[in-house]
Design a protein around this ligand. Structure first.
Ligand code: UTP
Length: 295
């Protein structure tokens, strides 16, 4: 019997240089989209896929993430005293009771592959998910990770989320070549980190959602610095797929790359327009801007 996916790793140790100075003292993953930080969207997605153990790979400047998922008795006492019970519910409901959090440090920003390797002592010998919080994906019927867990139950092998990427953008992504593509699922033949448009094996780029078998750790341990001098998860996956099948999942949902300013702004506008509290007024505001078309 396959082991269910219960653990998710959130690599949050990056320096977030594209968002400086905002990320000088605060984690990029705590940037809000309207009223929730990016990391909370990713955690909610993981929980929607049946994850109960959250593992954050952090660094010294990321304490705010631990605080966000911990109780804050002082704040709760103040909200009770002031009668703001609706806000009390919001802070108390950030995590369901059955979900646990663990934190492990990445001592130096040696790359995403290295960050995932740092989680090895907490994973044991079981498949696990990896979510990059700066990829924010809207939920259609099912979240992206829930779709991948359903696909994993069929394949029992590693699965990576992919989407079509403009050729000019291939040098920002891991790019895959598939043997086939059937109802969104395809076996990966080749994966390359950040190729030029000329060398990209297809137009399918990797997005920050993975389900990985524990065999990945063996390859991560033996992966040297790749593109950008960092230990790349893509390079370890390229080795993994020489020895076991790895699948790509073309998910449904809109993905916003909140690791760059434009993607973050697009996500903010899209989520604000649909926000139950401010959506209607925000729509009016956007439509009232000079040169705006009605939204
Ligand atoms: P990015 O490539 O977006 O790097 O990392 P970054 O540091 O967050 O942002 P920029 O490029 O400097 O603006 C992708 C994901 O991998 C994590 C990041 O936190 C992000 O979630 N990461 C990256 C680590 O945890 N450790 C690393 O050494 C590198």
């Amino acid at each position: 019997m396959t082991k269910p996916i219960k653990k998710a790793v959130f690599p949050v140790a990056g320096i977030g240089s594209r968002f400086l100075p905002a990320t000088k003292a605060s984690p990029k993953e705590m940037l809000p989209i309207v009223d929730k930080p990016l990391i909370q969207y990713a955690v909610e997605e993981a929980i929607s896929a049946g994850i109960t153990e959250l593992i954050f790979v952090t660094s010294s400047s990321k304490r705010a993430i631990e605080d966000h998922f911990d109780s804050n008795f002082e704040l709760e006492a103040k909200l009770i005293k002031s009668g703001h019970l609706e806000f009390l519910d919001i802070v108390r409901q950030i995590l369901p009771k059955e979900v646990s959090c663990s934190y492990i440090r990445q001592p130096d920003t040696l790359g995403l592959g290295h960050a995932v390797l740092c989680a090895k002592p907490l994973i044991n010998d079981q498949p696990f998910a990896v979510l990059l919080a700066d990829d924010l994906i809207t939920i259609e019927k099912k979240s992206c990770l829930a779709q991948m867990v359903a696909a994993y139950e069929k394949t029992k092998h590693s699965i990576i989320a992919v989407q079509e990427i403009a050729p000019s953008e291939s040098d920002k992504y891991g790019m895959v070549k598939l043997a086939d593509l059937d109802n969104g699922l395809g076996k990966i033949q080749q994966i390359v980190e950040k190729p030029s448009s000329k060398n990209a094996p297809s137009n399918l780029g990797v997005v920050g959602r993975y389900i990985l078998t524990p065999a990945i750790f063996t390859y991560l341990e033996n992966t040297g610095a790749g593109i950008g001098g960092e230990i790349q998860l893509t390079d370890a996956i390229a080795e993994l797929l020489k020895n076991e099948p790895v699948y790509a999942w073309q998910f449904t949902g809109t993905r916003y790359d909140c690791g760059n300013k434009l993607g973050y702004l697009e996500a903010t506008v899209a989520f604000a327009l649909n926000h139950p509290e401010v959506g209607a007024e925000f729509r009016e505001f956007i439509s009232s801007l000079p040169n705006a078309r009605p939204v």
